[in-house]
Ligand binder design. Structure first.
Ligand code: ZN
Length: 402
């Protein structure tokens, strides 16, 4: 749905203020930027698999589990929690150079970031703390379920996953996002009145529209529908509000209203749940198959954690094209809503062109890259799709008249 969905992969990155003497062509730069990110993605997969293999086969994982077990004895909850926390932290530390390169250095090299190294690092630490806290809590619950219900833990885990997804979707825009960016209700100028008038005409008077303070940290623009229930809101990046025409901003808003009308956040939670259930079941079969072979007593033995993570990791890689394909369909549907609601494709096409340029998005990535990795259709395809709808719309209007 939104590019800003916290759970969504960041595959639609950002913009450059390139040195004109070095950069003949911004589209060429976008292709380079995309290619570097794709290579980084492959490198991350390689390191993850290698790290899991070494962690498991060197005996480090089993040793850590035994050491903690000797220390905590019957208090298995502590053994599991500390094991998970130490493991996740070590993995983040291992990945840190790549994270620094991808999220800080590259963003600066392509002129997309306005953050200082200190500012970036402080955000990184906040993200890491939130991530470690939530992931450790979730996995500790999973391992408690593995002990309590060795046959059905994967079904219980799916239930916990849904609960967590719903709660996090609801609290994310009010508790987490303000830790990183400022949010203010759109003030009462002509633009916000136009935005509000459009939102209300679409039947969304209960929905807040907020200015999303991106510009202190980035050159890139974004907009999103976030939250659930009372926290549901549309957020529009200030980097967009200042540079796009009123019609273009309304078309972006209309796209987000499309997500709202189509209940896309709920849809993503439901489809995510189906995939999660499958993933946990695959992990279940893998643990059953391998745990005894490697000398563990039960599938809930925390020493076998790398097997569990490996199974989930491979499953998520295989299922990624599937969830991305679904996400791209939802994006086309939201674009179609925007074209219908605003009566023409022009403003949306204008906004997409600007977004691609500002965010340094490769407008036409290789189809197989888009198929595998992108949660949003390429800008070129979105533009063609919007224009086709526009033509069909005007054709049918003419037919009705005649
Ligand atoms: Zn969208």
């Amino acid at each position: 749905m939104s590019d800003a969905d916290p759970a969504a992969p960041r595959d639609e990155p950002s913009t450059t203020q390139p040195d004109p003497s070095k950069t003949p062509d911004r589209e060429q730069q976008a292709r380079e930027y995309e290619a570097i990110h794709n290579r980084l993605f492959v490198v991350r997969i390689g390191i993850t698999v290698l790290a899991l293999v070494i962690y498991f086969f060197s005996g480090a994982s089993a040793n850590l589990a035994e050491g903690l077990d000797a220390r905590f004895g019957d208090q298995w909850w502590w053994t599991n929690t500390i094991y998970i926390l130490v493991t996740l932290f070590a993995f983040s530390a291992l990945m840190f150079p790549l994270t620094l390169f991808g999220d800080y250095y590259l963003e600066h090299r392509y002129g997309l970031s306005r953050q200082t190294l200190n500012g970036w690092f402080s955000d990184y630490l906040k993200e890491l703390a939130i991530d470690l806290l939530l992931t450790t809590l979730f996995l500790a619950i999973v391992y408690a379920l593995l002990r309590a219900s060795p046959d059905w833990w994967w079904a219980w885990t799916t239930a916990v996953y849904v609960l967590l997804a719903v709660v996090l979707s609801a609290v994310w825009p009010v508790w987490i996002m303000p830790l990183f960016h400022k949010f203010e209700p759109l003030d009462d100028d002509a633009l916000s009145r136009a935005v509000r008038a459009f939102a209300e005409a679409s039947g969304l008077e209960v929905l807040g529209v907020y200015r999303w303070g991106l510009e202190e940290k980035t050159e890139t623009a974004n907009a999103a529908l976030t939250g659930l229930g009372k926290t549901r809101r549309i957020i529009l990046g200030d980097t967009m509000l200042e540079k796009y025409s009123k019609e273009e901003i309304i078309s972006v808003l209309a796209h987000e209203v499309g997500h709202f009308k189509h209940r896309d956040i709920a849809r993503m939670i439901v489809s995510g749940t189906v995939l999660a259930a499958l993933g946990f079941y695959v992990a279940h079969r893998m643990l059953l198959l391998l745990v005894e072979r490697f000398g563990f007593e039960q599938i809930g033995d925390i020493g076998a954690f790398p097997i569990f993570i490996f199974a989930l990791f491979i499953f998520s890689l295989i299922s990624m094209p599937l969830s991305n394909a679904y996400s791209r369909r939802r994006e086309y549907a939201a674009d179609a809503y925007a074209v219908r609601a605003t009566g023409s494709a022009g403003p949306l096409v204008g906004a997409l062109e600007k977004l691609a340029d500002q965010n340094l998005a490769d407008k036409e990535p290789a189809p197989w890259i888009e198929f595998l990795l992108h949660s949003h259709p390429s800008i070129r395809r979105r533009i063609k799709h919007a224009q086709r709808l526009d033509e069909e719309g005007s054709t049918s209007a003419v037919q009705t008249e005649s």
